[in-house]
Design a protein around this ligand. Structure first.
Ligand code: 13P
Ligand code: SF4
Length: 351
């Protein structure tokens, strides 16, 4: 921690060179510049999960992202590989909003009220235990880039879904599929029967776990209107973890990979206001100086836990690998991994 940024950058570059193809570094689009510059591959959650499957040549996968991403990589890796998260406190607060005891209670209550059959879908932003719950009950994982295809798959199996833990991605996807608001209910895990009568639950087609991403709740409809009223107006591009009014008023919504690709294909001179984590928006603004790219809110939408991965932590884990005593190895217990893998594999098969 006492090294200057220049010193840690030099040492990371040196140890990275020495480790050659024993290591692959994966970086999520929200990572800070001083870290993502060392990533061999960048991506959104789906692409990074697919890379964890395909890069079986490297003995170590160093995951510059948050805990649930490293857990997913651990469940998808080849047996000889190890997955390393540079800072174990890099979690996702939204993933923590769904826990196994309350998910099991929800399932039992739905069963008792004969609200059946239901297919559980969990956003990849969830713990391995929630993925295992989903896999055990015939369900599937989704990411922000395949959510619609996964919901369509689920509705071919059953008339009703339970979507955890992000109510906003679930609602936005269901609304885009034409499901009316009156058939979408929020399940409050702290209320009996999620806060609903049996009749209301039986009428619903989509039950949304009451979770959210605090970063994406910073974007408001007033921000969208502000940029739409400029002359010439900005095109509004947001992540589907934003609230439904923001997503519906925006011109486009999609995963971080979709956002990167949309800007890559955009015309020079175009103007964009982007509603997602600030590190990605600032990077796009730097990479495409011939477009005008601004954050949808000027009150820095930072994901504090993504930011915990910094050069000192990256250096520490790489030097530990080089010294033969790796640290921060992520290992999901096999009793969770077995069922969670079912749900992850179903997703990869339908993506
Ligand atoms: P993406 O899958 O779109 O990269 O989203 C991950 C995430 O955590 C967004 O907040
Ligand atoms: Fe979790 Fe939100 Fe951070 Fe994504 S931006 S990792 S959903 S807290």
């Amino acid at each position: 921690m006492r090294l200057s940024e220049e010193e840690s950058t030099d040492r990371i570059a040196r140890v990275r060179r020495d480790l050659r193809d024993r290591v692959v570094i994966l970086g999520h689009h929200y990572q800070r510049e001083s870290v993502i510059r060392f990533a061999d591959f960048r991506g959104d959650s789906l692409k990074l999960a697919q890379l964890a499957v395909s890069r079986s040549d490297a003995a170590f996968i160093v995951f510059c992202g948050v805990h649930f991403m490293a857990e997913s990589a651990d469940m998808l890796r080849a047996p000889h590989q190890k997955v390393i998260l540079p800072d174990l406190t890099a979690g996702c607060p939204m993933a923590d909003m769904a826990d196994l005891p309350r998910a099991e209670r929800c399932w039992a209550e739905l069963n008792r009220a004969a609200v059946w059959p239901v297919i559980p879908i969990t956003y990849i932003n969830s713990s391995a235990r929630i993925k295992a719950f989903t896999g055990r009950h015939g369900g599937i994982v989704c990411t922000s880039s395949n959510a619609r295809a996964i919901l369509e798959w689920a509705f071919r199996q059953a008339p009703r879904i339970l979507f955890l833990p992000d109510q906003h991605l679930g609602r936005n996807t269901a609304r885009a599929m034409g499901i009316p608001p009156e058939e979408i209910l929020v399940w409050d895990p702290d209320q009996p029967q999620g806060g609903h009568s049996t009749e209301a639950l039986r009428r619903a087609r989509v039950l949304l776990w009451k979770g959210h991403c605090y970063v994406h709740q910073m974007f408001k409809i007033s921000h969208v209107r502000h940029f739409q009223n400029q002359d010439p107006p900005y095109t509004i591009l947001v992540h589907p973890e934003c609230a439904a009014d923001v997503v519906q008023a925006a011109d486009m919504a999609g995963s971080t990979g979709f956002i990167v690709e949309t800007i890559r294909q955009s015309a020079p001179g175009s103007r964009w206001a982007i509603g997602t984590e600030i590190h990605l928006v600032e990077r796009l603004a730097r990479e495409y100086p011939d477009r005008t790219i601004v954050p949808l809110t000027r009150f820095g939408a930072v994901c504090a836990t993504m930011s915990r991965i910094d050069p000192p932590h990256l250096l520490w884990v790489l030097e530990a690998i080089a010294a033969g005593s790796p640290v921060n190895v992520i290992r999901v217990p096999e009793e969770d991994a077995r069922d969670a893998r079912l749900a992850l594999q179903r997703m990869l098969d339908h993506s």
